[in-house]
Design a protein around this ligand. Structure first.
Ligand SMILES: [Zn+2]
Length: 439
């Protein structure tokens, strides 16, 4: 009988969870497995310190998540605490190294010189290069640590390159969950976040991954990814304990499939129908009352302070994002064109923009908000009133933070504090969805 065991990512997992179908260690009898694990655990976990909390990086995952770390960069710095390989094999299939490097203490400069990717002074002929760190499979790019591989691709402009992190899904999720929620939050809230983030990632990859050399941005435009610095034992527990789990719902053709499991920080009291915010329509995204976030979000985040912007600033921002609005002439007014009304408040969903030409046009309120404040940190939601004050626009009576669609993150924490588990949290915020395992 052959038994295969594998050290998994989390040091706090119990021994029985470590027996799985990997191929790190092959030991021919069960007693040896137990003895080996006991020795590892009792001997101060020396071996595990090397790999912990490293995910199963030596096994090719079903697929890599491709995260855009640098967009149109001209130079960057790389630091790798292990030896590493580089390949510029044009088909990138064989992964045979073109170059091997021993561990180097100094940062390595990456630049384009004469149109060639040059790493530590060594030029590579192909437009695409992949850097593979050895164990523990971590590299630092401009000071930030990430797991997996680093792919560099020269852009069609010839003068810049993109840096893309190829990372196994669970290592990616650890870097997301820990960036999206504090690791001291309730374990069930962290697990709900892990499942929602996995579902969202797989959906975006499936829908749009073919259009780019990458799947996900590392910002809130998709979901925030901070790599190794976001990780902790609690975060790895949430990722490992929900391994492979995603949400599905009935699609219009009657089949069951994943959907964009959006989530946002604080809904303000009621989540919003995705149709009104992103224009897509899925049964679990119709919006539900949320009595849970109010006690979790700090008051200054639940109710946000009035914010004012100069009229010129607002107009310039809108025209930069939506040049077609120039046909309105000088934009003279904004007015609410549609809103969702709830018991205590209304969420603006559509804004009418009127111009000196006599024409008017409409924007979704969320698009209007992010055109004016792309970070969303000042103009935090569309639950607000818009008032013109002289040469300024004021946004007041603000409430909530984020687009409000799908799971309310503070609400998930509120439910978990009341004893609800991840499954209950997810079926509350995504009604008519269910959890399935895909790996
Ligand atoms: Zn809420």
């Amino acid at each position: 009988m052959s038994t295969t065991i594998q050290l998994t990512a989390n040091p706090t997992e119990n021994v029985s969870r470590k027996v799985s179908a990997g191929r790190n260690f092959r030991i021919s009898n069960g007693k040896a497995v137990t003895l080996f694990l006991s020795l590892v655990i009792l001997s101060g976990c020396k071996r595990r310190q090397l790999t912990t909390p490293s995910p199963q990086m030596d096994i090719e995952p079903q697929f890599w998540v491709k995260v855009l770390l640098l967009d149109k960069a001209e130079a960057c710095t790389l630091k790798i605490a292990s030896s590493f390989s580089i390949t510029d094999d044009p088909n990138l299939q064989t992964q045979l190294p073109t170059a091997r490097f021993d561990q180097i203490d100094a940062p390595i400069s990456i630049r384009l010189i004469n149109g060639e990717i040059t790493i530590g002074g060594r030029p590579f002929m192909n437009d695409e290069v992949i850097i593979f760190p050895d164990e523990p499979y971590i590299f630092k790019l401009n000071g930030d640590a990430y797991r997996g591989k680093l792919k560099l691709i020269i852009n069609p402009d010839g003068g810049t390159f993109d840096a893309i992190n190829l990372v196994p899904p669970d290592a990616y999720l650890a870097g997301v969950v820990g960036a999206e929620m504090p690791s001291y939050w309730e374990p069930e809230a962290l697990k709900a976040q892990a499942i929602a983030a996995r579902t969202y990632c797989f959906y975006i990859k499936k829908q749009f991954g073919g259009n780019h050399t990458w799947d996900m941005k590392k910002t809130a435009a998709h979901q925030v990814y901070r790599g190794v610095s976001a990780e902790s034992n609690q975060i790895w527990d949430a990722v490992n304990q929900t391994k492979g789990q995603v949400l599905v719902c009935k699609q219009t053709d009657g089949t069951e499939d994943i959907f964009p499991a959006y989530y946002s920080s604080t809904c303000g009291g009621h989540t919003e129908n995705s149709k009104n915010v992103f224009g897509d329509s899925f049964e679990p995204l119709i919006g539900v009352p949320c009595p849970y976030c109010r006690n979790v979000a700090r008051p200054k985040f639940f109710f946000w302070p009035m914010i004012q912007f100069d009229n010129t600033y607002v107009i310039n921002r809108l025209l930069r994002r939506y040049p077609n609005l120039k046909q309105l002439g000088e934009i003279t007014n904004f007015s609410p064109a549609a809103q969702s009304n709830y018991t205590e408040f209304s969420r603006l969903t559509k804004v009418e923009l009127s111009g000196s030409s006599g024409k008017s046009d409409f924007l979704r309120a969320e698009d209007f908000r992010l055109a004016i404040d792309p970070s969303g940190r000042k103009l935090r939601s569309t639950i607000c009133q818009i008032v013109k004050w002289g040469e300024k626009w004021a946004f007041l009576s603000g409430r909530g933070w984020g687009h409000g669609v799908g799971m309310c993150q503070c609400g998930a924490e509120g439910m978990a504090r009341q004893g609800k588990n991840a499954k209950q949290i997810l079926s509350y915020y995504y009604p008519d969805s269910k959890i399935i395992s895909v790996y």
